[in-house]
Each structure stands twice: as C-alpha cells, then as structure tokens.
Design a protein around this ligand. Structure first.
Ligand code: MN
Length: 293
C-alpha cells in the first residue's frame, strides 16, 4: 500500500473583489481559513482567475502603496502586468514570468496593466502571494527579482504526461531560480489527459495546491475542480495527482513554517503590535521614500 499525504481541507476563494481598478481577485489566504499561520510562510493568496478586460485608454491597476516585513510574489499566466517601485525597479511580466519583490524594511510600489495590453484589452490570469520573512530578515534592504519563463527549472514527465516548471526551491533535484530566505518550493504542474505525477514534499513543510485549469484526481480518490485549493495534512507521504481533462494546471505551494508570532495590519506584516505602529509612523514620516516615481 502506498502511503498518501492526506487532505486536511479543500476550499474555494472569496467572492471576487477589485484591487484598485485592475485586479479582480478572489482571496484564499488568509480569509478562507482564518489564519496567517496554517500555511506559513505563505500569508496571503489572491487569485485572479481568467477575466477579460475591454480595451481601455487609461491604465488599470493599483497606485503607489507601501509594504514592509514580507515579500510579494506575482505569477502571471495570461496577460501582462507592469510594476514600478521607489527603489528604481521596473518590470513587465507576461505568461510564465514571475516577479519576486522582497519588501523587507519597506518599499512603495504600484502595479498595473502593461500599456499595450491595456490598449488592446485581453484576458488577465495571475496570482499574488505574500510570503513571510523571518524576524531577522524583516528589516533588511529591499530586493527585486524578475524571473522569466525560460529561467524556470524544467522537468519533463516521462511518456509525455506533462511538465513541471519550478519557480522556487527544488523538485527531484531540479532547482528554481528564485532566491528565498526560508525553505520554499513553488512550482507549476501541467498534465496532459491522464498524465500523472507523484509529489514528495517534506512532512514538516506546510503544503497546498491551487487548481488553475481542469479537473484532477488527488491521491487516486478525490476529484478536485478548477479553483479548488487543497490543503494537505503535515504527515509523511506522497501526493498523487492525475489529470481528468485534456489539460490540467495547478500550482504547488510548500514551505517550512516560520514559527514566530505574526502581527499584521494593512500592507505590513511584522512580529509585534509595536512594530506595526512603527511601520505606520515611519510611513507617515516618509521613511519609505518618495511616493511619486
Ligand atoms: Mn502591493
């Protein structure tokens, strides 16, 4: 008998809401499980399911806002998103690309639809994740990583069953390009019909997956649908996933928990209330730097 890593919970995201006027997202973490700890180091998961935006003469998005104490990770599947921050970083990400911003001690950034994409209109499909930083990394210098599709770790599954694209950490010895501050595995898995994969994540890593496309059968038993999030128990065992559709796509989030207190308010995630007050005070006193950039 194979031992599977069993399912603790399957849940959907919230009703979609707009972030600024450009991102129609459904929140999974923390609101749908009422916890910023259960999937530590993953604090927040907003999923922008495929949604068509009409051509527009103005640029949709969200204006300058601060962050401190964690990282924002934006993963694009369809459409183009542009980013500017007040540390001089600027990037455009398209399908398969990832932007990994370590806000740490503090940045101001804005995120919006890329100009040409806005003008032509089109479908946007993306994820934004907030990844926590351990206490001793919360106030380091901010950092920015633009990770392009071609740089991702790639595994072709045997017999043309599909492929794995690794953003961070490693799968079967193949590494992803992201540099991270704690042990994290993030990867997309694309399966053809009846393509099957066995995943082995350490039992002490908090592990979940979001189904982005198609239906899959998990652990030879449970049928999971598009936009289901599957949270696994922290036990030894492998996770088997088989595609029930012509194509299935899902993302795996797995990481070693940061076992420290979380104090969170708005765009700041620290360890104590005092550090949150300090973040607001620093923001008011322009210590995050200029707002126009
Ligand atoms: Mn932001």
């Amino acid at each position: 008998m194979k031992k599977f890593r069993t399912i603790e919970n399957i849940f959907k995201g919230s009703q979609p809401h707009m972030v600024g006027d450009g991102f129609r997202v459904s929140q999974y973490l923390p609101s749908q499980i009422n916890s910023m700890n259960r999937l530590s180091p993953f604090l927040l998961l907003d999923y922008h399911a495929p949604y068509y935006y009409e051509p527009s003469t103005y640029t949709r998005g969200v204006g300058a806002h601060p962050h401190r104490g964690f990282e924002t990770v934006t993963i694009a599947y369809d459409g183009k998103v542009e980013h500017h921050d007040n540390k001089g970083n600027h990037g455009i990400i398209g399908p398969g690309d990832v932007q990994w911003m370590t806000a740490a001690s503090g940045v101001m950034h804005k995120e919006y639809h890329e100009a040409e994409f806005s003008k032509k209109g089109g479908t946007l499909h993306m994820i934004q994740l907030w990844v926590n930083l351990p206490r001793d990394k919360k106030m380091i210098e901010p950092k920015y990583q633009a990770l392009l599709k071609g740089e991702m770790g790639a595994i072709e599954l045997e017999d043309n069953q599909g492929e794995i694209s690794i953003i961070a950490g490693e799968v079967n010895g193949v590494k992803g390009p992201a540099s991270t501050f704690t042990n994290i595995n993030i990867y997309n898995v694309n399966l053809k019909k009846h393509g099957k994969v066995n995943l082995n994540e350490p039992s002490n890593f908090n592990t979940g997956m979001l189904i982005l496309k198609g239906q899959v059968k998990v652990n030879e038993d449970k049928i999971c649908k598009e936009s289901d999030f599957i949270l696994f128990d922290n036990i030894d065992g492998s996770i088997s996933v088989e595609s029930m559709d012509e194509e299935a796509l899902f993302i795996v989030l797995s990481g070693e928990p940061i076992n420290e207190p979380i104090a969170s308010h708005g765009p700041f995630v620290m360890n104590t209330r005092e550090e949150i007050y300090q973040a607001y005070e620093d923001f008011r006193n322009n210590k995050f730097g200029k707002e126009v950039f």
